[in-house]
Design a protein around this ligand. Structure first.
Ligand SMILES: [Zn+2]
Length: 322
């Protein structure tokens, strides 16, 4: 039987994204579930709790430790070890039907062709910023579709990976404080918001970096769907402070000053339960005659050896929309 939380709660556990302050204890962990990243530092003191907001179905996860403590000096190693390059190559070689990333790129480019409105689109490629680029498989693939992509990651090793493997311009910085990023037609936060204490604040930051008519794409773990399968699901793993519901995603978007354009839940090829959302600035001109779809060119993917040269953004633009 679920137990209600009456105790004093602090930090990200104090209040749900919806403003709710009543929670049921969904479950606790005293050992890592199968498949979770092992942090040897936690041996003998592993304890986590997952709390479900009674108002909106969002899950708040208490990791039992400061996550910074886990990430300092070893998250990338613990997650990928020396095999980051191999992992990049393995994921990029997956057949489309088995690749979460392929589905993501297809979803975004299809939506952009229908919706994205860029007044000065002619003569330039659409610009994207991928926040929390990690292994950089997504920026690499989106660049291959004709986008000008900047990868941002606070971890120097991940940022270096994006630069050398994905061959895209890279910023190593904290998204919340990075200066001089410029403006973008698309900002993506793929499986990023669940890692931060205040995802609403992070999403709000996108509004000052969006071009007029630009859009934000987010992916977050769907805790509502995953909970049906029980506590072993990866959506509740230790790196996550949040697992979302459709309601909490909608409320987070609205609280961030964005307008939800499309919100949907899906089961990805990897088996992940995910909620994806497209958002825009609410004051976007929306009369059809004032909108012009940006044609996103689809290119043959360049061979790896040519990728760096092809993606060199200092060169004259060769992919202006037709
Ligand atoms: Zn809530």
């Amino acid at each position: 039987m679920a137990e209600s939380a009456e105790a004093v709660r602090t930090g990200h556990l104090a209040r749900c994204l919806c403003g709710g302050q009543r929670f049921d204890l969904a479950w606790t962990y005293d050992t890592p579930p199968e498949g979770e990243t092992r942090f040897p530092d936690l041996d003998g003191r592993y304890h986590r709790e997952v709390w479900r907001c009674t108002a909106c179905g969002h899950h708040l996860i208490d990791p039992g430790v400061e996550l910074e403590e886990l990430y300092t000096g070893g998250y990338a190693e613990a997650t990928y070890g020396d095999r980051m390059r191999e992992t990049f190559e393995r994921i990029t070689a997956l057949p489309p039907e088995k690749s979460d990333n392929h589905g993501r790129v297809k979803r975004i480019t299809a939506f952009a062709e229908e919706w994205l409105w860029v007044p000065d689109a002619e003569g330039r490629r659409p610009r994207a910023l991928d926040v929390g680029s990690g292994l950089a498989v997504f920026p690499w693939a989106l660049a291959g579709e004709g986008w000008s992509v900047t990868a941002l990651d606070p971890d120097p090793r991940q940022a270096e990976l994006a630069r050398t493997l994905a061959c895209v311009p890279t910023v190593c910085a904290d998204f919340m404080t990075a200066d001089g990023l410029g403006k973008f037609d698309l900002i993506t936060l793929n499986k990023v918001l669940e890692h931060v204490p205040d995802p609403t604040m992070m999403l709000t930051r996108t509004t000052s970096l969006l071009e007029v008519g630009g859009m934000v794409y987010i992916e977050v773990p769907d805790g509502e769907a995953a909970a049906e399968d029980g506590p072993g699901r990866e959506e509740f793993f230790i790196e996550h402070l949040h697992a979302f519901s459709l309601t909490s995603v909608g409320l987070m978007i609205a609280s961030s000053g964005l307008a939800a354009l499309r919100v949907e839940r899906l089961r990805e090829p990897s088996g992940k339960y995910t909620i994806v959302a497209f958002c825009g600035l609410p004051d976007l001109p929306n009369r059809d005659e004032e909108r012009r779809a940006l044609r996103v060119l689809v290119h043959e993917r360049p061979a790896t050896a040519q990728a760096a040269a092809w993606l060199d953004l200092d060169e004259p633009d060769r992919s202006a929309p037709a």
